[in-house]
Every structure is written in C-alpha cells, then in structure tokens.
Design a protein around this ligand. Sequence first.
Ligand SMILES: [Zn+2]
Length: 278
Amino acid sequence: MTWHVSEEDLRAYARGELAPPVLWSADAHVTACARCRAALAEAADPVALDAGWERLDAELDAPRPGPSERLLVRIGVPDHIARLLAATPVLRGSWLGAVAAVLIMTVCVSNAVRTSDTPTLFLALAPLLPLAGVALSYGPALDPTYEMAVVAPLDGFRLLMIRTVAVLAVALGLNGLATLALPGYGLRALAWLLPALALTSTGLALAPRLGPVQAPSLVGGAWITLLLVARVAGAGGEGALVPFTALGQAVAAAVAVLAAGLLVAGRDRFDRLQGGAV
Ligand SMILES: [Zn+2]
C-alpha cells in the first residue's frame, strides 16, 4: 500500500466532518490499513480532551473542604479520612451544642441541689453521651455520609474505630470540662469515665448482633435500669450509688476491657454489617 489518508483528512474524519467522496475512500482505506487506524486514534484525541474537560469541570464543582477538614489535613490526617471525620454529623456544631447544653444544665442542677457527696444526676447522664454520640455516628439511617463511608478505601472496622476515637475524644472532652465545673465533689465527679467507656464499648460490641440502633439503646436502657435498681436498693443511705463506688468502678473497668476484646475479636462482623446494610 503506497497511498495513505492525509493527516488533515484523518482529523476531519475523526471529527465527522469529512465529506464524500473523500469520506468513502477514507472509510475503505482505514478499514484495511492498520497504520491509518493508529493515526486516526491519535487524531481522535479531541474526544479524550473533551472527557478530560468534563472531569475537570466535575472536580471544580465538588464541594470545597471546610475549615475543620483543612485543619485535619494540615495536621497530617489523610484526605479521605479528614473528609469522613469532617462530615460526621456528630462532630458538627448542632450536636456539640446540644451536648454542651445538656451538660451545662446537669452541672447547674448538681451544684444547686447538692444532696450528697456524689453528683448522681451528672454521673448517670455523662456516660450516656459518648454512647449516643458513637451510635449516632454509625449506620445508614442517621448518617448522610454513609454511602461515602461504604465506598471509601477503608474496611468497616477501621472506619468505625476512626470515628469512634474521634467522637469519644470530643464527648469525653466535653464531659471532662463539665467535671471541672463541679470542683466541690473532687475526684468523685470523675466516676462517669469508666462507665462511659464500658457502655460505649459494650454498645459497639453488640452492634453486629443487635443492629446499630438496638445495641446502644439496649445498653443505655440497661445503664438506667441499673441505676434505678441501685437507687431503690440503697434507699435511705447517703452513700454513692453502687456503680460509683470503688467496686462499681472496678466492674465498669472490667466490662470495658471485656467488651473491647470482644469488639476486636469480632471485627470481621462489622464489614458484613456494613455490606449487608447497603
Ligand atoms: Zn493507510
């Protein structure tokens, strides 16, 4: 073969602008000639370029990272994790505001109505807040970033741990600030910490079996029931409720360790839980 379609004609051919009769001969030739087909593929680049522009367009339309996301990236958190954390509803202003309001009210009541050496209302409530926070940051019904979480390059368990640590750090920090507002009780006001860890880890460990809503609900209900029973059993006494005594704290620590162990041992279930919920 000595004749080939000219470069100019190939470009016109690729754009669909080549007119007969040149089009017919080009058609027939390109079908038979590998060299011109290769040249045509190169000449067809404008199509690829269009696709490239479309992709760039989509990129420019994507939401810009917010200040918290930029801060996370700046301190070394990988992009996709920073986006997940910044988009976690529990770590946003409204939820934090609600938690802070509840804590402030509880602290005020505890300081105003001082009936014993232990801020029972505060100690009863404080462990429920981290549990609720972790529960609310997990599961499709409550989480608008759930789809993103599912397609993110992280397995379900790792994602769960990243979010849990972030939410726990914030919730425990708020509880800690509230504790500072109860100086009259001394270290006794810190008796919420071990129950908080025990409730959160138990709620997470049970989530693959009972579901992301039922498990924390059941654990929260069990905590309230335990406190009510302890109150009835210790009626008339001036001492702290059993969960806030040394014995109760030891049990809470043991439960927290046990549940954390079960959680890690059953980590595979979380991927199935997440996959099954899609
Ligand atoms: Zn040719």
